[in-house]
Design a protein around this ligand. Structure first.
Ligand code: ADP
Ligand code: MG
Ligand code: MG
Length: 199
């Protein structure tokens, strides 16, 4: 079973991985964006870590709702509201349970990813974070390790795509040949899920 500690660990492992990978995320956002994806997520996940440290919520749902709210209020770029919505809606779908099993989490996370698609209007293949998140959701039934592999594969598969949403879409065909920064950070988020679970 997954408890509030597990979800806090998921957020702190994500924060640590964003610290390690921020330069790479910003470098990916340079040719097809405005070179701020790493710094956007650094600011956001530092705020998430700080608030979870200061006032640790005692249910899985509350951990994710609070984290999502922090991302929305601290990140100026598109990724803040999108990741914030992902966590907030996933958390809401978990309700007030003190512990949830992996199947319940998978269902809640699908709700969260669908909320991101509604908010941003991106479909699979539009070269966004959705291209890592949706394959991860589809693989979650097979476990966190399978979801991690699916998200990494999805992020790599954005390279030959032409962007249809977000800043990169302004480049039209010139967005082809670059890996999407948001899909790359989404793969980090999913990898942190497996790591937080000791996988
Ligand atoms: P900004 O583009 O505002 O500078 P970031 O650089 O932090 O924001 O994030 C860019 C990433 O956000 C993109 O690589 C893409 O994955 C994701 N993104 C942008 N717009 C959308 C959207 N409408 N739907 C889903 N993801 C999006
Ligand atoms: Mg950017
Ligand atoms: Mg920006």
């Amino acid at each position: 079973m997954l408890d509030a500690d597990f979800f806090r660990r998921w957020m702190t492992v994500t924060a640590a991985s964003v610290e390690r990978e921020a330069d790479r995320l910003t470098a990916l956002d340079s040719p097809i964006g405005d070179a701020d994806h790493g710094s956007n997520l650094l600011r956001g996940f530092r705020a998430v870590s700080a608030v979870l440290d200061k006032e640790p919520p005692d249910t899985p749902g509350a951990v994710l709702v609070l984290s999502g709210r922090q991302l929305i209020s601290t990140v100026g770029g598109a990724s803040g509201p999108l990741y914030g919505t992902l966590l907030r809606r996933t958390g809401k779908a978990l309700g007030e349970a003190a512990e949830v099993d992996e199947a319940r989490f998978a269902t809640a996370f699908r709700t969260g990813v669908e909320a991101v698609m509604t908010l941003g209007g991106a479909a699979p293949g539009d070269k966004t974070m959705i291209d890592a998140l949706l394959p991860a959701v589809d693989a979650l039934d097979a476990g966190f390790g399978a979801a991690r592999a699916a998200a990494e594969e999805g992020a790599l598969a954005t390279t030959p795509l032409q962007a249809r949403k977000g800043r990169a879409s302004y480049l039209g065909e010139r967005s082809i040949g670059h890996q999407d920064p948001g899909a790359t950070s989404a793969a980090l988020l999913i990898a942190a899920l497996a790591e937080a679970n000791g996988e």
